[in-house]
Design a protein around this ligand. Structure first.
Ligand SMILES: Cc1cc2nc3c(=O)[nH]c(=O)nc-3n(C[C@H](O)[C@H](O)[C@H](O)COP(=O)(O)O)c2cc1C
Length: 405
């Protein structure tokens, strides 16, 4: 056996081949010695203040959205985008179950770029009726050691007029959810008017509309999740939805996004209202106000909502508690701390049928989308099932979460 030979293949990869005495290569191995382009981009972006990085990324994605060649750079391999992962719920067909969570593209400025990443759908917003700046800066904190974020953005929004103008310029290739909220200076007693206005304005442009009553960064907003208040709000919204549906000749489903910090009685009230008013889906969850003892970052005590890894089990638990109560009558969209396909699968096993990610993309970049979808696809292949709904049903029957329901 002769000494190994090194050959540079790409800028970041070397191939080591070990050549036997008779001249035949007996084995070869490919090693990566340099950071990937994504690692490098992340390294550079993490030098900036989090909100500056976010603005830079969105600016780049907005530009990429205008160039087909650049969009191609964002795409996962075709084998993943063409995989049979379609989900049919709320009367809609989603090409795959993984969506972009609300808050990333609040103003609908980079839709083609996010769609190119392989997401099965995008939730845009939260959009408020009138433009507003949100809370004073700094208001976004990266908790690197905890793979988490704390934000107290407070619905910074360009408002409905500009949001809808942005949306009109974006060719839609995947279903679009639009997440609506209220302005910070609208008193809680008049919140209903803001939501009704939001629903009426976005109705024609949305595949589904999310009613966000769970952001912790708009004073008292979460009180709208409470029994009587939620009842009144949902009744008004469902009534308006039915009028709009007649007017537009198209039914646009309504989803309710809830917090992960709900007691059992609070969750009971929510599910009673969801069932009673026939809400089309529940999104669980928004960020948490809790601060698990495991947090190590110096930003852990910043005021705001915590997302990412420390939110994962809290949100998956909320999905499972919801699933027990809703008994399959209303679809659940699971979001909170998804970092890989295991986390995604846990949420599906807990009762979710669609998923969303935000913080995972900040730490791992767009490749995470392909990684998660590939993992789901691998599981389906192992079960020899080609329909995702069948695979989920089959796997739930043998999982802990599945046995709870
Ligand atoms: C910076 C930031 C801004 C957010 N803005 C919104 C928002 O405007 N509306 C909303 O419903 N959720 C918002 N969220 C919550 C996310 O949509 C998601 O529910 C939450 O972050 C949990 O998912 P993750 O752990 O994958 O990030 C925001 C999250 C972050 C980190």
């Amino acid at each position: 056996m002769r000494t190994s030979a090194f050959r540079r293949e790409k800028t970041s990869e070397f191939v080591i081949s070990c050549v036997a005495d008779n001249g035949h290569t007996s084995w070869r191995s490919r090693i990566s010695v340099a950071p990937t382009l994504q690692d490098l981009i992340r390294f550079l972006l993490f030098r900036f203040e989090p909100e500056t990085s976010h603005r830079l990324v969105l600016g780049l994605l907005r530009r990429a959205s205008e160039h087909r060649v650049l969009l191609r750079l964002l795409q996962p391999p075709a084998a993943i985008t063409k995989a049979p992962l379609a989900v049919r719920i709320m009367g809609l067909t989603f090409p795959n179950p993984l969506g972009l969570a609300a808050g990333f593209d609040k103003n609908a400025t980079a839709i083609p770029a996010f769609a190119a990443m392989g997401f099965g759908y995008l939730e845009l917003g939260t959009v408020t009726p009138r433009p507003q700046h949100g809370n004073p800066k700094p208001r976004l904190f990266r908790l690197n050691e905890d793979r988490a974020i704390v934000n107290r953005m407070g619905f910074n929004s360009v408002g409905l007029d500009r949001f809808l103008a942005n949306l009109r310029n974006a060719p839609g290739s995947v279903p679009l959810g639009i997440n609506i909220g209220k302005n910070a200076d609208t008193p809680l007693a008049q919140a209903e008017a803001d939501y009704l206005h939001g629903l009426s304005r976005v109705y024609a442009s949305a595949d589904y509309v999310t009613v966000n009553v769970s952001s912790p960064n708009t004073p008292a907003l979460r009180e709208l999740q409470e029994g009587r208040r939620l009842h009144d709000l949902l009744q008004a919204l469902k009534q308006r939805q039915s009028e709009l549906s007649r007017q537009h000749g198209r039914y646009v489903p309504l989803a309710l996004k809830i917090a992960p910090d709900l007691s059992e009685p609070e969750l009971d009230q929510i599910t009673d209202n969801v069932l009673r008013h026939r809400v089309d889906a529940v999104i669980a969850t928004n960020t948490t106000l809790q601060r698990p003892a495991s947090l190590r970052s110096r930003h852990a005590s910043q005021t705001g909502g915590l997302s990412g890894r420390p939110l994962k089990s809290l949100s998956t638990d909320t999905v499972a508690r919801l699933a027990n109560r809703l008994g399959g009558e209303v679809p659940i969209i699971g979001v909170g701390g998804i970092e890989d396909d295991d986390d995604a699968w846990d949420k599906l096993m807990a009762g979710a049928v669609l998923l969303q990610i935000y913080t995972g993309i900040i730490f791992q970049g767009p490749a995470l989308v392909g990684k998660v979808l590939k993992g789901i696809q691998r599981r389906m292949e192992k079960m020899q099932l080609s329909d995702l709904a069948d695979a989920i049903r089959h796997a739930r029957q043998t999982s802990d979460y599945g046995n709870r329901g």
